[in-house]
Ligand binder design. Sequence first.
Ligand SMILES: [Mn+2]
Length: 348
Amino acid sequence: MLETERFNPEEVSRRGLLFGLPYSLEESRLVIIGVPWEVTVTYKGGTSETPEQVLLASNQIDLFHPELGTPWKSGIAWDNSLFFLKKHSQNYSPIARQYLDVLERTGADPNKSPELLNVAKNLDVASNMMLSKVEETVKKHRDNGKIIGLVGGEHTISIGSVRALSSKMPISILHLDAHADMRPSYAGMQYTHASTIYHISRLDNIKSITSVGIRSLSPAEFEIISSQPNFYLFTAHRIWERVFKGVTWDQLAEEIISSIDTDDVYVTFDIDSLESSLCPSTGTPVPGGLTYAQAIYLIKKLVWKGRRIVGFDIVEGGNKFPFEIDLIVNLLFELSCWTLYSQNEKSS
Ligand SMILES: [Mn+2]
């Protein structure tokens, strides 16, 4: 056990501790789980390195939140028990890359080739293994009275945490992303970063999904979204059009939050929802995204409106440009502070 009594936030903080904080997992209200997984990444790789790099850079944070003060005093700790997944990810990732390369070069349909279909099935087995580990870990912390956040890793990991958290109560999803991620399957695989929100939308206790910043989707994805009740799509195109015509971000944020059906909200934050100049090494960057300030304001407004963040994830973060890690560290600190604050306000 570390000496929390003697911890001084004014001093040089320790590397290897999340935000340099001295709390053990037992002492913490919020647990951040690193999930270094990238198997179905289809374009630019690297996101499996991100959790470890975020942890190592996180002690650079100054510990006074300008609006909330010191909500971290409820305790925040890092759980690296899923770091072993990186080894599995490294084993499967070359197989997936080779497989996707064949599809891209030849245009082959995996459903018509038993050999290709077999590769896809094996990759699904690997993703399923990862998902049950994530689900198990999140459930364990929840049963111990913790709130959880994940740092990925590819977007697929969110299916595991949402499964765990929605198993006991109805929740809604606030989804920030450049992509809809609503493909029932992709390249013959069921569980991929491109089908994350589809699988989440199929879970029993998901009351609504609000997707914000979307600017890349397929015709079929748009059709599925349009046919689903309680699915609210705020495309980047529509957001910027209204901003340019004078609608304030405060009004838009209000509208976005009103679409969320329950007080309990899970936030899934794909880093590529942000303007791509902020995150050029994310897996599939798309220009025209949200500013960092807009994203933080949306989270803040969600909490001011009385919603409770029951869990969150930050996924698809790249690390080729050093600033991206700092971006994720800062985002993680903001989400952690607002999450703790939302929980404390609601329970008091
Ligand atoms: Mn995305």
